[in-house]
Design a protein. Sequence first.
Length: 162
Amino acid sequence: MEFSATARFQRVSPQKARLVLDLIKGQRVSDALTTLAFTKKRVAAPIEKLLRSAVDNANYLSQEKGLDVDVDDLIVKSAVAGDGPRLKRIRPAPMGRAFRYVRRMSHIEILIAERGSQGEAPRKAGAAGSKTSGKSAAATTKTKAAGKKSAVKNWNKPASAR
């Protein structure tokens, strides 16, 4: 069973939020909370609050649906920071001009799950869904490379010798 919590319109750039989210991905919830408590980034506090909210969602839903969820066995399955709307601002510049800059926002989502329910193994890209119509990938690249070689002309020789 998976449980999630979302914080929208956070006044931090997604790039800075991802730095902290990468620290807690795949960790147990208790270890992730400890990591966030001692992280010196400004965005660590809202992420910690969001992780606590996800754990509370897990407790609440387990009581409502009558599920047996062990909070000590929860791990951070995924933590994503996506782009939110951008605030366009103007800074005065010399000689009456103005420079534009952007204040970024992010939507942060944390997904926690029980340790045993990790899901299926990730599929490899291009393993089953490749459309090479019977040709191997190496054969296709060789034919492409051979076609490119014939198109290249030697420009060092005079036009009469070509």
